[in-house]
Each structure stands twice: as C-alpha cells, then as structure tokens.
Design a binder for this molecule. Structure first.
Ligand SMILES: Nc1ncnc2c1ncn2[C@@H]1O[C@H](COP(=O)(O)OP(=O)(O)O)[C@@H](O)[C@H]1O
Ligand SMILES: [Mg+2]
Length: 388
C-alpha cells in the first residue's frame, strides 16, 4: 500500500536516529546521564537473543519467554545472569508480555511509583530493541503528538507532501512494526486520547491531507501507563478502554520485597553517580522502607498501633530517591557510610507535603512509634534535629 511507503522512509530516518545519538554521546565522552534500557542492558539482551530458541512474534527481537526473563531475571544455560528489572508477581509480567503479542494494546495501571514507566521502557526495549518511541502525556498534549504534524517551512514552500509531514512516535512505530509508548494516558485531554481509537482498532492512521494512510505492520503495539491516584481511569473513554488489556501493578507485597527493590535500584543509581553503596547502608534502607510502609498503610509493622497516613504517596520510587540522596550526603559530607542523619531530611520531605496536616502526622509518628522502638534512637534524634 502506497501509504506505507513514507512510513518506510521515516523508518530509515529513525533507524539512524539512535546510532547518531550514540555517536554524539561518545564524542562527549560516553557520559550520557541516563542511557536507554536497550543501551544499559545491551549485553543481557544480546545474550537472551542468542540463547532464545522459542518462536518470536513477527519483528520481535525476543520470544515472549525471553522478554519475561529479561524483566524478571534468571540464569541462561550458558551461565549468563539476567538481572531482575521488575520485582513482583511473575504472572503480571507474563500477562503484559502476552498482551503485546495480541492485537490489544497494554495499559499499565497503578499508584505512582509502582514501576509503570520502568516496566513500559523495559518491555519496549526487549520486544522492539527501542524504547524511545514515546509520547509523554500531559494536559497540553496535542493531537499532533499522537498522529502527525507538519514542518511548516516545507508545508508553506511546497504544500502538503510526505517530506513536510512530521510523524509522531506512534506513526513511526506503526510503520516499522515496533512498540510505541504513551505515558500518563489519562492526563491527555479526552478528545486527543480518542485519536488513538482508530490506531488501535483499525490499525491505521489516515492522513487526509495527502489522501493516504499509514497502516500498522505486524509487530506494532502500544503500551500506555496511567496513574489511578491523581486522576481516575474513568477519564479513559470506554471506547478507548476496550482496546486495552489492563494490568495493574501493585505496591510491593512484603517489606523484604520492597527492601530488595530499593537496594537494587539504589545500587544501580549509585554506580552511575559514582556513589559507592556499602552493605552497611542496608539498615537505613530497611528503616526507610519500614517508615514508608507503616505510614502508607496506617498501621505499624507489628499490627498493634493505628497511624494516620500523610497526604503524599510514599511510593517505592520516593524511597529510592530518599536513600540515593542520603547516600550522596554520606559520600560527600560524611564518611561514606549511610546513616540515620543522611536519610532523615529526605524522609521528612517525602512525608510532610502539606506543611500543616502532615507535620502533625509525622510528629505523632515520631513520638509514639519511633521514639519507643529498639535500636531507633539515632534515627529518632536525627529526625528531631531536622524537624525542629
Ligand atoms: N516492583 C518494582 N520492581 C522494580 N523496580 C521498582 C518496583 N517498584 C518501583 N520500582 C522502581 O521505582 C522507580 C520509579 O518507578 P516509575 O516507573 O517511575 O513509577 P510509575 O511510572 O509507576 O510512577 C523505578 O526506578 C523502579 O526501578
Ligand atoms: Mg510513570
């Protein structure tokens, strides 16, 4: 179909986009602040591709089994260790990966900080080898960001033409049979969201100005993420919602699981910032996770004392950033060992979002729980110091 020919042309442009970016980064000393998942984990992805003898859906880099292994971690027959990216129920990952191999799109739903964005990036990296076909959803996301726009200089000079058309990441993914990503779908105005309906149901994107269309080729699918906290999924029109399989990402089920997530991720971030994370920091990580879980659930870990919950989400992601900041403090202004004093200010900042109400909640928690707890004296003192 002729409509797809300009998709292919775009494909060529896109295909050179990444390596060119990589070359620029190398010129700057290879010091990209945050490489894409497919670059950070290129070795793991290559090892998986080499070991993978299961059937792959068309244009997939890996079989569904290998994609799930990439996300959940494992050891390959040749001994290569695949690090877990997502810590949580295996079934969730299996359902998510399977969905991408069907004609339904994937909606990752959950409270903030449950790794929706993280999982979406790693899925796209593993399935298509490219996680960058991304639309960031905001209240101001225009329809062009999902469909296509125009290069106005070209448009004015030559009128509408294939050269003047600027494809969106979704259009490029359709033309190349890749995975597109839409972040924070429910923040996008309803009428703009609806431009996805034709894409997902008819698998085509009409370009009436040119009398053409871009038809999705096999391998195309879309991963959207949405928070069910700040604005409900109800904001998703039912017509659009029917095109998605929804997978809800839960908060970590146990403290051990959450400590594992935080320490793993802090280790990775610490390495990329040259912050050496020693095993000594584990006590503080456990403490941050305990405080977050207790305040989040409104109940102490022993189940004995009811607590008021503060207004913030106290997500795993926030715990990760509290510990990372603490580690930076310890490295630059302490003796390199993460201690209570390094995380206290961060915890206070995460807990006290509303200066009046949350401060009361925090003070009560300090006085009734933290003060009385064995081995928490230093932490109590550090919190008192920063709260004053
Ligand atoms: N279950 C989990 N497994 C692995 N990492 C997690 C998990 N939950 C949270 N994280 C970490 O939390 C961080 C933030 O997650 P993010 O994807 O931005 O959250 P969301 O998009 O749901 O708000 C990521 O760095 C991720 O590593
Ligand atoms: Mg997100």
């Amino acid at each position: 179909m002729s409509g797809n020919s300009f998709g292919a042309a775009d494909g060529a442009a896109v295909a050179t986009g990444n390596p060119a970016g990589g070359a620029a980064a190398e010129a700057a000393g290879g010091a990209v602040l945050r490489p894409h998942a497919e670059e950070s984990f290129a070795a793991e992805l290559a090892a998986l591709a080499a070991a993978d003898d299961r059937p792959r859906p068309e244009r997939w880099r890996l079989s569904p089994w290998a994609v799930a292994t990439y996300l959940l971690g494992g050891t390959l027959a040749d001994g290569t260790v695949i690090t877990p990216k997502y810590v949580g129920p295996r079934r969730i990952v299996e359902v998510a990966v399977t969905t991408l191999a069907t004609d339904r799109a994937l909606l990752l739903l959950g409270v903030p900080g449950t790794a929706k964005t993280w999982v979406s990036e790693h899925l796209a990296a593993a399935v298509s080898g490219d996680s960058t076909l991304l639309v960031q959803g905001t209240a101001g996301t225009p329809e062009e960001a999902i469909r296509y726009g125009w290069n106005y200089a070209q448009l004015l000079a030559n009128g509408p033409s294939r050269e003047a058309l600027v494809p969106s990441p979704v259009m490029r993914a359709m033309a190349q049979g890749m995975t597109a990503r839409v972040e924070e779908l429910t923040r996008i105005p309803a009428d703009v969201q609806d431009s996805l309906i034709t894409v997902l149901s008819e698998k085509t994107l009409p370009v009436p100005e040119l009398g053409q269309e871009v038809q999705a080729v096999r391998g195309f699918n879309l991963i959207a993420t949405a928070n069910d906290r700040d604005r409900g999924v109800n904001e998703l029109s039912s017509a659009l919602r029917r095109r998605f399989n929804t997978v809800v990402l839960p908060l970590p089920a146990t403290p051990e699981e959450e400590v594992d997530i935080v320490s793993r991720r802090v280790g990775q971030i610490g390495r990329s910032l040259d912050l050496p994370a020693g095993p000594e920091g584990m006590d503080e990580i456990r403490r941050v996770v305990t405080v977050f879980r207790e305040l989040r659930s409104g109940l102490t870990a022993d189940g004995r004392t009811k607590l008021k919950s503060p207004s913030g989400t106290l997500s795993t992601a926030e715990a990760i950033s509290v510990v990372t900041n603490g580690l930076a403090l310890a490295t630059h202004f302490g003796d390199g060992v993460l201690r209570s004093g390094d995380v206290a200010a961060g915890i206070l900042g995460a807990v006290v979002r509303d200066p009046a109400a949350d401060r009361v909640v925090w003070q009560e928690y300090l006085d009734t729980v933290v003060r009385e707890r064995d081995g928490w004296k230093d932490f109590y003192r550090a919190c008192r110091e920063v709260s004053a």
